[in-house]
Each structure stands twice: as structure tokens, then as C-alpha cells.
Ligand binder design. Structure first.
Ligand SMILES: [Mn+2]
Length: 309
């Protein structure tokens, strides 16, 4: 009898790390006979990820509408607020992630979490440690793309030596001559805001959090110059104010990260005080520029959490 299907799935608003890690980890689990693993995705594939899938001629994961009743391996996230819908009625059997752990379960499960720049790094590490598994050029390409994407071509503060070492090995297997050049090519795919409405921009990579009894959301977009986003600031702030109302957030922020100049313009709707307190900077007309801030997880969240709690 076929073993029961286990979906390997990342977070909502899927990014390249979430999608490529799900594909590669499912391939690994299945090949090694560990699980009847199938990669899945919740939400639309963004242009950057589509570029990567096309480049390495990979199929997109199965699109699921609800996780209810499914057996799951979660990759690239563990907070239920970031999980696909129906997570409360699903059975999570394993977590592979590089974010802070905020997951409560009633049974023991497999958890692998390390503070590295991408989940793809952890997938590749597992594969490389397993002598019986051979990483195909396609899988290497998907994984190295995810590392380049999540670490913003090794510029993000989340980047570790392990990410760079593993990316180099994968780059060789995938026959990519210049990793940095390829990384910027990947990042540019998502960098244009043209043709996207404010809601799409805000939700393209949006995560909800809770701290000190308050709910808030932080979105992030990456651009190659701030001009285009700045021109749409009022429109974006209006939409964000609506989201604050609708979701009962205390505030919503949008990091507009300039990957060339390595800093972020932060737009804030709702309560601006936690942001001002966290970075000791005034929010002027709904925004503040933070130099060197490129990572939501490392540069923004910890000081913000501290300011809220
Ligand atoms: Mn990630």
C-alpha cells in the first residue's frame, strides 16, 4: 500500500526559500524512503520564485487551499499565524526552519532549527550529510537560489559562514559561474512595483506577529531603488491603515528594502510608538529610514519586540 501523503509546505505569501525548500526537502524525504512527501504551496508563486523555477525547469508545488486534515512537514516557518489556512486541524509531524520557535504541540515531533540565513541551507546540509543522497543540478540550483534570495545575495545580517560555504558548493553543482551576479538577477525579478496594486505590494511578503498581547504585521519588499516606492507612499499607507483596522493590528509596517544601498525605508500605519522607541528615531509622515536594516527577522523584529514588551 502507498504510504500516506505528507505535504511539505512553507509559509503563506510564499517566497523563494519557502517554495524551493519545500520542493527539495520533499524530494529528499521521498527518495530516502522516509515519507511519501509531496511539496505544496499556499498562495501565489511570486515573480522571483517563478523565474527560479523556470530557470531550473522545475515544476511548481501543488497548490493547496486548506491544510485541514493533512499530515504536514513545515518548512521555513513555525508560527501558526504564518501557516496556511486550516493548520489548526492539521497534524504537523516535523519542522525544519531558521526562525525563532513559537510552536506549541501536544505530541513530540521532529524539530530542526538553526540560526542560518535560509531554510534551503538546512535542507542542503541534511542532503550533504547523507552519503546515500545525490543532489541533482536542478535541486542544487533551486537551493542555491533560495539561499541567495533569503540572504539578499549574502548582504543580509542573517547570513552565516555556513550559508556561503553551502551556496558555493551548490553553485558548482548547478553550474552557476558567478553567484553574486546570479543572485542580483534573481532579486531584480521582484524589484519592480509596476503593475502591482498597493495591496499586492504589501501582502507580497507579509508576516503577522504577536507580542505583549498586541498583534502587528510587517511586510517587506525589495527594490533596486527607493524612488518608485516613495512615489506611492500615500497610497501604500492608506491601504496599510485599512489592514490595521481589518486585522485589529496595533500597527502595520512595510519595509522597503533597497538592496543596492543596503537600508530600508519603513512605512508605518497605526501606532508608531513601538517603532520610534525601538530605533530611537522619529517617524515623519508615516515613515523612517533605517540604514543597514535589511532583515525583518534580525534587524527589525528583535528591537521592536523589546520595545513592545
Ligand atoms: Mn526563509
Amino acid at each position: 500500500m502507498e504510504k500516506e501523503i505528507v505535504y511539505v509546505i512553507g509559509h503563506k505569501s510564499p517566497d523563494t526559500d519557502t517554495v524551493c525548500s519545500a520542493i527539495a526537502y520533499a524530494a529528499y524525504l521521498k527518495k530516502m524512503g522516509k515519507l511519501n512527501a509531496v511539496p505544496a504551496v499556499f498562495g501565489d508563486i511570486n515573480p522571483e520564485t517563478q523565474f527560479v523555477l523556470d530557470y531550473f525547469k522545475a515544476k511548481a508545488p501543488v497548490k493547496l487551499e486548506s491544510m485541514a486534515g493533512q499530515k504536514l512537514v513545515l518548512v521555513d516557518h513555525n508560527e501558526k499565524s504564518q501557516s496556511p489556512d486550516g493548520i489548526e486541524e492539521a497534524k504537523v509531524i516535523e519542522i525544519l526552519d531558521h526562525h525563532k520557535i513559537n510552536f506549541i504541540c501536544s505530541e513530540p515531533i521532529i524539530v530542526c532549527a538553526e540560526p542560518v540565513g535560509s531554510t534551503a541551507t538546512l535542507v542542503a546540509k541534511k542532503m550533504m550529510a547523507d552519503k546515500k543522497f545525490k543532489i541533482t543540478p536542478q535541486l542544487a540550483g533551486l537551493l542555491v537560489s533560495a539561499i541567495l534570495s533569503d540572504t539578499v545575495v549574502f548582504k543580509s545580517a542573517t547570513t552565516t559562514k555556513t550559508d556561503i560555504e553551502i551556496a558555493k558548493k551548490l553553485g558548482v553543482k548547478a553550474k552557476i559561474k558567478n553567484l553574486k551576479k546570479f543572485g542580483i538577477e534573481i532579486k531584480k525579478q521582484k524589484a519592480s512595483l509596476k503593475g502591482l496594486d498597493a495591496k499586492k505590494i504589501i501582502y507580497s511578503d507579509f508576516k503577522a506577529f504577536e507580542a505583549g498581547g498586541k498583534k502587528f504585521g510587517i511586510g517587506q519588499i525589495e527594490v533596486v531603488e527607493l524612488k518608485e516606492a516613495k512615489e506611492r507612499k500615500i497610497e501604500l499607507l492608506e491601504k496599510m491603515a485599512e489592514i490595521v483596522q481589518k486585522e485589529s493590528f496595533s500597527f502595520a509596517a512595510l519595509m522597503i528594502t533597497d538592496i543596492m544601498n543596503e537600508g530600508s525605508e519603513i512605512l508605518i500605519a497605526g501606532d508608531i510608538e513601538p517603532m520610534e522607541k525601538a530605533f530611537n528615531k522619529k517617524v515623519v509622515n508615516g515613515s523612517v529610514y533605517l540604514e543597514k536594516a535589511m532583515s525583518r527577522k534580525k534587524d527589525i523584529l528583535p528591537p521592536l519586540m523589546k520595545a513592545i514588551e
